[in-house]
Ligand binder design. Sequence first.
Ligand code: SF4
Ligand code: SF4
Length: 476
Amino acid sequence: MSKQIPLKVVDGGNLYESAPKIYPREIDGRFQRLRTLAVWVLLGLFYLMPWLNWDGRQAVLFDLPARKFYILGLSFWPQDFVFLALLLMIAAFALFFFTALAGRLWCGYACPQTVWTEVFIAIERWCEGDRGKQMKLDAAPWTREKILRKSAKHSLWLIFALWTGFTFVGFFTPIRTLAQEAATLSLGGWEWFWTLFYSFATWGNAGFLREQVCKYMCPYARFQGAMFDRDTLIIAYDTERGEPRGSRRKGVPSVLELPRLADGAFADGDPKQGDCIDCTICVQVCPTGIDIRDGLQYECIACGACVDACDSVMDKIGYPRGLVRYATLNSLEHKTPHVIRPRIIIYGLILLTLIGSFTYAVFNRTPLLVDVLRDRNALYRIATDGGVENAYTFKIVNKDVVAHHFAIRISEGGTDLTLHTHVDEIVVAAEGVANVAVTVSAAADKARGQREITFEVHALDSDMQRTQKSRFFGPS
Ligand code: SF4
Ligand code: SF4
């Protein structure tokens, strides 16, 4: 017989239960200061970077129409796709490595969702006050003050979101041109679209969705468990020290100060009260609205706000800090922690190898590409003097930001061959492409059958050079 599953009916019959708004309480402390620093550094980089110039060009520009990326003096062309692949692999393994080592560092301090939400929450507090005032304001009827406060908040959010959208587009279109166009409202259709789209996304994600992005939309929250083990640092409540929780009289010593026997047991029997005074401040400051005392939960973004909150409570009542702290499951159970373990070594070695390869490849790449195409119409032609000629077209790509002078020669397989070009020096403009017609000839008696030859294109004004293999054909 099938068993009926009861459905939870909420909101007068609506099966969708809207998430209650979370009002995180303001907190100061070590980790909050670290988060504020991260916000300043990361947003500073984001908003300033497109305005910096390098070699007379925007320092960071992803020029999609031209299919070229410029990053601090380096230019990447479509042929450099391998660098992008390497960068993505570095990002993935860095995430694995740091998550296995120290939990959700990324979520708590560097994720764009966290960073922008911090700013939106700061603006909200500035306009509406801290947690208590916000809750009161939301519950109050619409008065002049409420309208003014809400309007101020949304206006500031909107300005910040528009500035964010504009900056984002400024990474793809030269930002100074974009600013001039924005000032005269003459932005192109796509520029309007992406500026408004990204502004709207910022406003919605950081202003309204906030922790729901982490809880329901972010895939990382779901698979992070696979990277955790009992030696991964997590934010944890020390149940052994904190329970049984409850309010207490003044002067009761901390559990940590009670006399213990050699085996660790309490000399006077288990304490009737733990160190948690059940003030719930750790819950009030949590941006995802969870109670860390319920144990490790996937909603926890490891922001450390509850650590700061509980430390401040412990300071006030004169107890040692650390009832809520960064800890590993093993250390909470008094087992020996293992920071260096196989997965850390494997992730670390792969990460180092990838970073090493990327650095070596970037700094040793030649900004010169050469393609050699044989004449498709004829394998060879017989010259008036009876000699044999083969025709080629060279495509020389100069990816450098300055022009270069090049010459071509046959470096292998052609001591008896002669190379002819229309010019001795081929000038290729900065980031330019030159198509050069080349003829290679041989005396009739030296041109039997086919052979492999190697062309070398080298710069006359630098040490850039490239070789390309091709074939020389004669009568069989
Ligand atoms: S802040 Fe500390 S003392 Fe207060 S409820 Fe949380 S864990 Fe207990
Ligand atoms: S439980 Fe603590 S560390 Fe986790 S999200 Fe909430 S406040 Fe941040």
